[in-house]
Design a protein around this ligand. Structure first.
Ligand SMILES: Nc1ncnc2c1ncn2[C@@H]1O[C@H](COP(=O)(O)OP(=O)(O)O)[C@@H](O)[C@H]1O
Ligand SMILES: [Mg+2]
Length: 316
């Protein structure tokens, strides 16, 4: 059999460029060890010419944030006819937009922290002071302010009192025109990865995240030693099942394909709250998908080998 040529897309121009480069090189290494011929490519203006000239057998998207997860790169690949691992462009749009994903999960009967979505214009049109006071009436403190689209907790702030609101709004709106104000849910943070196989989607062992600071912010994610991970999570069997079920539900309700990772919080009373889903989970040394893969006694190369086989099998 001839060696298959795989294009790994990594880099991009999002705030998560550095993380994506690390994910891409880790994946490339795993795929080379599995026997693939791998080219790591940036998603730039040369990409289409390169794809036309080289026609890789398949692509894997290791881009995070922005165009790598919102369906843009997926739409371009769909037009080029190169099969790729991951969710179709239209479904990426739904998953990438946090309030949309929350509506769909709530509609399907799942818990997600109560929220409102406000645009930058609303603060200008109605006045920040009035809106901050209205938010204070609607939500108890602490509350969470975060960009409606984004990742790596960039622009996410936990707000403890009204005095912290203006700074949080500015921080969050720096990452987009719309923000989400969400009820803070105290509990155990868990990330569950879902991988599709010939037997259907399976949930890998849940990863429990214990950051040394207040929450799982950017620094806690990418600085070695700042967060302790327990894989599998230290939850009762019943809650482990509930966490896996929520991730499988998010995968199917949002029409995701091949691979996804759902972030959630499990409360002391046993409620499992959906936070958001990622169509291009991080693959760095400190990312949760590789931890789940290892805990399942599997390797990244073997998992992506299977996903690439599925992508090539279905074509584009
Ligand atoms: N409603 C919430 N209650 C408590 N913590 C939250 C809540 N929403 C977000 N967080 C914290 O903020 C982090 C980032 O939020 P998340 O919605 O997962 O966005 P991102 O796409 O940036 O990962 C989470 O990993 C969690 O630590
Ligand atoms: Mg998250």
């Amino acid at each position: 059999m001839t060696t298959q040529h795989i294009m790994v897309l990594a880099g991009g121009l999002s705030h998560e460029r550095e993380v994506s480069l690390r994910s891409g090189s880790r994946l490339a290494q795993a795929l080379r060890a599995t026997g693939f011929d791998v080219t790591v490519r940036d998603a730039d203006s040369q990409l289409l010419d390169w794809v036309t000239a080289h026609r890789p057998d398949a692509a894997v998207i290791a881009l995070h944030g922005g165009r790598g997860e919102n369906g843009s790169v997926q739409a371009v690949l769909e037009m080029t006819g190169v099969p790729f691992v991951g969710t179709e462009s239209r479904q990426c749009r739904l998953a990438w937009d946090k309030p949309t994903a929350k509506v769909l999960l709530r509609r399907a009967g799942h818990l997600t922290p109560d929220w409102v979505t406000l645009s930058h214009n609303a603060f200008r049109d109605f006045g920040a002071a009035g809106l901050i006071s209205a938010l204070g009436g609607r939500f108890a403190f602490p509350l969470v302010v975060k960009p409606y689209q984004g990742g790596s907790a960039l622009g996410t702030v936990i707000v403890h009192d009204a005095g912290e609101m203006p700074g949080a709004l500015v921080a969050s709106l720096a990452y987009g025109d719309v923000l989400l104000v969400e009820r803070y849910v105290a509990g155990t943070e868990v990330a569950v990865s879902v991988i599709e196989s010939d037997d259907g989607p399976i949930a890998l062992p849940p990863v429990e995240i214990v950051p040394s600071g207040e929450f799982f912010d950017y620094e806690a994610r990418y600085t070695a030693g700042m967060t302790t991970y327990h894989t599998p999570a230290r939850l009762e069997p019943e809650l482990m099942r509930a966490a896996a079920d929520l991730a499988l539900a998010a995968h199917s309700e949002l029409g995701l394909r091949d691979v996804s990772r759902t972030d959630m919080i499990v409360t002391p009373s046993g409620e499992v709250h959906f936070l958001e889903v990622n169509v291009s989970p991080g693959l760095t040394e400190t990312s949760m998908l590789p931890m789940s893969v290892a805990a399942a006694d599997r390797t990244l190369g073997e998992i992506y080998d299977g996903l690439i086989g599925r992508a090539i099998g279905r074509g584009c």
